[in-house]
Design a binder for this molecule. Structure first.
Ligand code: C5P
Length: 235
């Protein structure tokens, strides 16, 4: 068993500010952070993102992917949002990742610096999809290739599916902060998530953070659902 703990991020997947605030407040005692992404940010803007996050650490999942200068400038525009974690696509390449690293360091003071996380292969992609865009080989090989590149170029960690935790830990060791969606407590509906693990399984595999949305936000009692997951992670 690894020495570090695994903490819960609640995905506030909605366009509605009041709903997002309700979920955040209901689950705050059991979660280490909240996630807001493209859906909420495009619908409501960065000021609303800041307002919804409140006192909770914010996982800002905007998956940046552009030329290095544009990605760096975009990160500069996040100074007032104060995220605890932000995401870029590792497939943007070494120069883009390095520019993101430099922009994070220049934009945020050391004590409030977000973790820079690389997204490797989207979980919606399969091997055939990778081949179609000119990437030969397996999904796993591509995840490890991009994960290694992201870490070499200055990322703090990676977003990965639960089934990629073990191969990434074997290839890259304990250094990367691994943030893992695709989590389903035993007995909850899988929805559109296919390759899932329970919170306890993801913890045993070596996740630092798990990202959970619908099993909490669609539960009759979101606070109780978050509490149960936090208890499972602490057991
Ligand atoms: O509702 P559910 O628990 O499936 O939500 C998981 C969250 O993690 C969503 O916000 C989703 O966008 C995000 N996510 C994911 N798979 C990825 C990356 C992010 O499910 N590969």
């Amino acid at each position: 068993m690894r020495g570090r703990s695994t903490r819960l991020i609640v995905a506030l997947d909605t366009k509605d500010t009041a709903q997002a605030v309700n979920w955040r407040q209901a689950t705050a005692a059991h979660a280490g952070a909240v996630k807001l992404g493209l859906e909420f940010t495009y619908a409501s803007g960065l000021e609303a993102v800041r307002a919804v996050a409140g006192d909770s650490p914010l996982f800002l999942d905007l998956k940046l992917h552009d030329i290095p200068n544009t990605v760096a400038s975009a990160i500069g525009s996040l100074a007032g949002v104060r995220p605890a974690m932000l995401t870029i696509h590792a497939s943007g390449g070494r120069a883009m990742i390095a520019a993101a690293r430099a922009a994070v360091d220049a934009t945020f003071p050391a004590q409030a610096r977000p973790l820079l996380l690389g997204v490797t292969v989207l979980t919606s992609m399969d091997e055939a999809g990778l081949h179609e865009i000119g990437v030969p080989g397996s999904v796993k090989a591509q995840v490890i290739r991009l994960g290694r590149l992201a870490m070499e170029a200055g990322a703090d960690g990676l977003v990965c599916s639960p089934h990629e935790i073990t191969p990434l830990r074997q290839a890259l060791g304990e250094d990367p902060v691994l943030v893992v969606p695709g989590i389903r407590p035993a007995g909850s509906a899988a929805g559109d998530q296919k390759r899932i693990m329970t919170p306890a399984q993801a913890r045993a595999a070596g996740a630092d953070w798990i990202v959970v949305g619908r099993p909490i936000t669609r539960a009759a009692d979101p606070a109780a659902a978050a509490a149960a997951i936090a208890a499972e992670l602490a057991a």
